[in-house]
Design a protein around this ligand. Structure first.
Ligand code: CDP
Ligand code: MG
Length: 719
């Protein structure tokens, strides 16, 4: 049954898909260069290059507002490079809230500049660095730049920092904005001091002691450091630049005139109880009834994307003979980077491309060829309970601003259609714009990082939007319990310092440090890597029994952590065997992929986990932690898990549900856990998921007596 009875429209013609016909390679590459040059020239931003460069020159902080696809992210850094902002080895840094955007845009810009990625143009994201000493245009995640400030408080390599996608207001963006404001001020102060110093010919205006220790917003200004001003550009796709402008002392905002074709908005008559099913039906309704053009469907995460992808493949097999084929392309943040670029490739002849994306495709990525958007109106977001101090991931309705951005994606190249999988009356109930993440997340990581940057007064920190005092206090308490802070709330040495250095959630950092003491760091590295990725197992509907049987071979009755450990160890074993047989790297990968298929393991997730593993292993080695293994001594390992995750412990209640000790919340074991049926008396867990219930995921059975023994700082005080 189609959900949108009036959706059929006249045939339209797809633009843009250019296929070269197997010509000579050089010709192809020449054609590609011409195409790119032509595309660049036709971008709305191209017409205002001179004006933008002049504005950046005039203003220390500039806000640029422009519709998605106007060329902000790919073009502005190149304009500024050409305007001479990279002399004396200086770098233009562009931050993105998402890894995928940083990677794909860097690849595109390297191609536009006709250079190898990692040379003049590069990217750096957590667990992956593609830059070199010759990199001048550097794309990175906002979180990564915050980390760089730990090592280089003045961000002295950068002449300009461009904070992109600022409207998303991720927690890292907000922290970064506050930090950049400080750095900008500190750099100009240090310049004034330097000028005075030069003017007085060695006779500094400030006393030596004062100059050496002067602290500006926590940044220690060094007397003789030569600094140039730091230029800031804040880029946003949302029209309202007021907030940013006020925060930066009335900074100037410029608007780039965009190009947007009309988009027909269609609503369902009734709310859809199963939005995945509704997405599937709508994909095929469009495919069968509408003219050419690609489809973009917004889903909430990797798991949903993969499950819809499988369903689309199943249904596509039943399409009538001679019907155009369907090509699905997933895109989400943790997708391995070699697969990310697929989204930009045009569909081969005879195919319609169906892009299954998270909200990454809202504004971060501009994907050509889209004519139809399917919007279930939901997003996965962090949610934080101030009282209990617990953070969880929940699926919530999007804001009006997001709904508009999503529908806008259908009208980039011509008139389009947006299928909202909810009734029009629901649209009216959506909030206007998304609540900044800093207001709805656990702040432990933010607090730890600010402390490491020398900013001790967190409550007094100049946030664009202040998180609640309660949330800050709760995080300070948590960090103290983890041993990261001293009694007077300073960063502790070495634990706090080590935790701040690791690019992980403080709980995971603490687990690695603990594991070094418990002599099971090898195992904990694997667990942290496996917990950093989504869904290692998958259970296709049509083969559910086989998949369950496959999981049994890894299953540990102690819980999910050791089950994950078994998977990783088995995968490593498979790799070792392959390598021992002297196979080529490609063949080794292939045999691992086959192993994954046979065992119903998600090979994308496993690959990501292996990458994360090798990165954090490098970090802990650098820190001098001892990597030893507890072998099969799983009691020791479970004790280490208890000592690390004691804040997430829960006890069984008489009715079979659980009570999380720290928050007193009632929780249930998630059906995906290996302990779902066993229901042990006491568990520690890593994740709280809220749907209609509070579910905990990734659990291990522990002895309740271990809690006061291994975390007396918490459980003794609770008595
Ligand atoms: O940042 P903004 O949304 O304003 O635009 P952009 O990301 O700079 O994209 C400008 C153009 O580059 C778009 O029309 C895309 O089609 C193209 N682009 C691409 O083809 N491949 C990429 N990886 C990134 C951008
Ligand atoms: Mg952009």
């Amino acid at each position: 049954m189609p959900l949108f009875p009036n959706a059929t429209s006249a045939e339209t013609h797809q633009k843009g898909a250019n296929f070269t016909s197997g010509d000579h390679k050089a010709q192809q590459s020449q054609a590609r260069k011409q195409l790119i040059a032509q595309q660049r020239k036709s971008l709305p931003i191209a017409a205002v290059e001179k004006i933008l460069v002049a504005e950046v020159k005039k203003n220390d902080t500039l806000i640029i507002v422009g519709e998605t696809g106007s060329g902000k992210t790919t073009q502005l850094p190149q304009f500024l490079f050409n305007a001479g902002y990279c002399t004396h080895g200086k770098v233009i840094g562009i931050t993105q809230p998402r890894r995928v955007a940083a990677v794909t845009v860097a690849k595109r810009v390297a191609e536009e500049c006709n250079v190898d990625l990692g040379q003049k143009v590069g990217y750096s994201i957590r667990f992956e660095d593609a830059t070199s000493s010759s990199t001048r245009i550097k794309y990175m995640t906002d979180g990564l730049l915050v980390r760089e400030a730990l090592l280089d408080p003045f961000l002295s390599r950068y002449s300009i920092v461009i904070v992109d996608e600022a409207h998303e207001r991720t927690v890292h963006t907000d922290v970064l904005l506050g930090l950049l404001k400080n750095v900008q001020h500190a750099r100009s102060q240090s310049m004034v001091k330097q000028q005075n110093f030069d003017r007085l010919n060695g006779d500094s205006l400030v006393s030596d002691k004062e100059a050496k220790t002067q602290s500006i917003g926590g940044l220690k200004a060094c007397q003789h450091a030569k600094h140039t001003p730091l230029k800031l550009v804040i880029m946003s796709a949302s029209l309202d630049a007021r907030g940013f402008s006020e925060y930066f002392g009335g900074a100037k905002a410029v608007h780039i005139e965009g190009r947007q074709y009309p988009v027909d908005i269609l609503y369902t008559y009734h709310p859809e109880p199963d939005y995945l099913e509704a997405t599937l039906i709508t994909i095929f309704q469009i495919h069968l009834e509408e003219g050419p053009g690609d489809i973009l469907a917004f889903l909430t995460g990797q798991e949903e994307i993969e499950s819809v992808e499988r369903l689309v493949h199943e249904h596509a097999r039943q399409l009538p003979e001679g019907c155009q084929k369907v090509l699905t392309v997933p895109i989400y943040s943790s997708l391995p980077s070699e697969q990310q670029m697929n989204v930009f490739k045009p569909a081969p002849p005879g195919h319609r491309k169906v892009i299954l994306a998270t909200n990454i495709a809202e504004t971060s990525l501009t994907i050509p060829g889209i004519k139809y958007v399917i919007d279930p109106g939901l997003v996965k977001a962090r949610s934080y309970n101030h009282i209990t101090g617990m953070e969880s991931l929940i699926i919530i309705p999007i804001s009006k601003a997001q709904a508009l951005q999503r529908s806008g994606r259908a009208g980039r190249e011509g008139p389009g259609k947006c299928f909202r999988l909810y009734p029009e009356s629901e649209f009216g109930k959506l909030i206007d714009s998304t609540v900044p993440e800093i207001k709805r997340c656990n702040l432990s990581n933010v607090v730890l990082q600010l402390k490491a940057l020398g900013i001790d007064d967190i409550i007094g920190f100049d946030f664009m939007e202040k998180p609640s005092r309660m949330a800050i206090v709760k995080s300070l308490e948590q960090l103290s319990l983890l041993g990261a802070l001293t009694d007077d709330y300073k960063l502790s040495d070495p634990v706090g310092l080590q935790m701040a250095r690791l690019p992980l959630d403080p709980l995971y950092s603490k687990a690695l440090i603990m594991a070094s003491d418990f002599k099971c760091l090898e195992e904990m590295l694997i667990i942290v890597a496996m917990l950093s990725v989504e869904s290692i197992f998958y259970f296709p509907r049509e083969k559910i029994d086989e998949a369950r049987a496959a999981r049994k071979s890894f299953l540990s009755s102690e819980g999910d952590h050791i089950t994950l450990l078994n998977v990783y160890r088995a995968a490593t074993e498979c790799l070792k065997k392959s390598k021992a047989a002297n196979r080529k790297e490609k063949t080794v990968e292939k045999s691992l992929n086959r192993w994954c298929r046979e065992n119903f393991i998600n090979n994308r997730s496993l690959k990501h986990a292996r990458d994360v593993h090798s990165q954090i292993k490098g970090h802990v080695q650098q820190m001098g932690l001892v990597i030893s293994s507890c072998g099969d001594e799983m009691v020791q390992f479970r004790r280490c898990l208890t000592a690390s995750f004691f804040l997430n412990a829960a006890l069984k209640e008489p009715d079979g549900s659980y009570r999380a000790i720290a928050s007193s919340q009632n929780v249930q074991i998630h059906p995906s856990s290996v302990l779902f049926r066993t229901k042990p008396d006491c568990i520690i867990f890593n994740e709280l998921v809220r749907t209609n219930q509070n579910y905990v995921r990734n659990l291990t059975r522990v002895d309740p007596l271990w809690l006061p023994e291994l975390a007396p700082q918490y459980y003794e005080a609770q008595k």
